[in-house]
Design a protein around this ligand. Structure first.
Ligand code: G3P
Length: 496
């Protein structure tokens, strides 16, 4: 009987399920967008039940369309939007509050307080992270302090915390298993990336009871079985990784020195730094890439909060395009940006600025500015944000990046990819499969159950679709950078 691996990719705006065959070809895909909840400016929530229901729905839809049944599944791999925080009742599985999404800024002032109390260094030393509302720790604390009775119940062991991977496994195992992997744990502010353990000192700083935390299992290992209700039999859940780490694996960056950039809701550039945790002096994050039977791999990460989301905003907020695919054509109606720069700091700025109070801006508007210029400025902003990351990473490592692998929805945009190569002077390589997030989760699961025999076999499956080489003259690039950084200054600290 033919066997497959099913990858569940629970992202910020949609749940997806992708079925892969032994050659790592996509057999079938199903996808469903779900509700974004914005209760106040700067707050972003999801319904945990909708997250699970949409994920279960696309899982069944994908299997139905592919005419594949549970017996043909060798394993399931899960990958997820990271940091997003869910707290639920152990006894009933009912969430006590909506999921607080990674983009949510409500805990910014609490993070400022921790910084004023001198906690930023110890947090960075142990977790590799910059102290910011982005990560789960301050969000858990907010839920415990704001939902009546929650703190006492958490201390009594009645409540559980999980990132989205943990929430999905808990539900697919019918409340049997409470587990995460180190790539997700390393985004909580509570996990010591040097010891591979939840850390008591960090738990005390963030005021989070240890009783709530999941067990941490290797990213590539059988950590649970689905309840028979889902496929008529149990299927092993054998891979978990945060979506950016999974994309790094799926884009074949298993070796030290290889880097990928994913153009999704945000833009996340990860550089594989091998088996020792990196230390950043330039506001990059040190993070666990994954844990396989070979042990831990680490990465340096530059996280840009808004990339593809700016395209959604042009569609849903401004209404200047009806479909994301129209953006490239609209931008091509003008020869250049006409002096217009957009800083899409809708939820503050991530790396390397880490400004929780920045907000978006468009500068350089004139009577001659058209929709085309705005579209072009949006595309350029995505690449310019990535340039800032590459510069900081090169300062951190002293290594000049020569090649950048790309993936994610917006990597299909040729204008963006060419512009990315031009600006950075780095060769940009796009693989044939840009669904690397799901593919990475599938690989990790397949590796654990022997579906694929080794990492080397997996790495050899990577295939080039198109290479973009830099062509932009240096003086034009310098001029753009100058204006870009002036625009950044205008967006900075806007709501302070
Ligand atoms: O850290 C947030 C990241 O995991 C979200 O990824 O693909 O949902 O934008 P994505």
């Amino acid at each position: 009987m033919k066997q497959y691996i099913l990858a569940l990719d629970q992202g910020t705006t949609s749940s997806r399920a992708i079925l892969f065959d032994p050659n790592a070809n996509i057999v079938q895909v199903a996808q469903k967008e779900f509700t974004q909840i914005y209760p106040q400016p700067g707050w972003v929530e999801h319904s945990p039940d909708e997250i699970f229901d949409s994920q279960a729905h696309v899982m069944h839809e994908c299997m139905r369309r592919a005419k594949v049944c549970g017996n043909e599944l060798a394993a399931i791999g899960i990958t997820n939007q990271r940091e997003t925080t869910i707290v639920w009742e152990k006894a009933t599985g009912a969430p006590i509050y909506n999921a607080i999404v990674w983009q949510d800024r409500r805990t910014a002032s609490f993070c400022d307080q921790l910084r004023a109390d001198g906690k930023a260094k110890i947090i960075q030393d142990k977790t590799g992270l910059v102290l910011d509302a982005y990560f789960s720790g301050s969000k858990i604390r907010w839920i415990l302090d704001n939902v009546p009775g929650a703190r006492a119940r958490a201390e009594a062991g009645e409540l559980l915390f999980g990132t989205v991977d943990t929430w999905l496994v808990w539900n697919f195992s019918k409340r049997g298993v409470h587990v995460t992997d180190p790539s997700n744990a390393s985004r909580t502010l509570l996990f010591n990336i040097h010891t591979g353990q939840w850390d008591d000192e960090l738990l005390a700083i963030l005021d989070v009871p240890r009783e709530m935390l999941p067990e941490v299992a290797p990213s590539s290992s059988v950590m649970a079985q689905t309840h028979p209700e889902f496929f008529g039999r149990s299927v092993p859940i054998a891979g978990i990784a945060g979506d950016q780490q999974a994309a790094t694996y799926g884009n074949g960056c298993m070796k030290e020195g290889m880097a990928k950039n994913t153009y999704g809701t945000g833009c996340f550039l990860l550089l594989n730094t091998g088996t020792t945790p990196p230390v950043s002096q330039n506001n990059m994050l040190a993070t666990v890439a994954w844990q396989t039977a070979r042990g831990y791999s680490y990465a340096l990460e530059g996280s840009v909060f808004v990339a593809g989301a700016v395209v959604q905003w042009l569609r849903d907020g401004l209404g200047i395009i009806k479909d994301s695919s129209e953006l490239e054509g609209l931008a091509a109606t003008v020869p250049d940006n006409g002096g217009v720069y957009m800083v899409p700091a809708f939820v503050g700025m991530g790396a390397p600025y880490w400004d929780q109070y920045a907000r978006g801006t468009i500068v350089g508007l004139t009577r001659g500015t058209t929709k085309g210029h705005i579209a072009r400025a949006a595309i350029e902003a995505i690449a310019l944000q990535t340039l800032d990351i590459i510069d900081a990473m090169q300062k951190d490592t002293g290594i000049k990046l020569t090649t950048l692998r790309v993936d994610g929805g917006a990597s299909r945009n040729n204008m963006l990819m060419q512009f990315q190569a031009d600006l950075t002077g780095v060769v940009v390589e796009r693989p044939t499969i840009t669904e690397t997030t799901a593919l990475g989760a599938a690989y990790l699961a397949g590796l654990a159950v022997g579906f694929w025999e080794s990492e080397e076999v997996i790495a050899r499956k990577w295939k080039l679709d198109r290479r973009f080489t830099p062509t932009m003259p240096a003086d034009r690039k310098e001029k753009m950078l100058y204006h870009w950084h002036r625009a950044i200054e205008r967006a900075a600290h806007w709501i302070e």
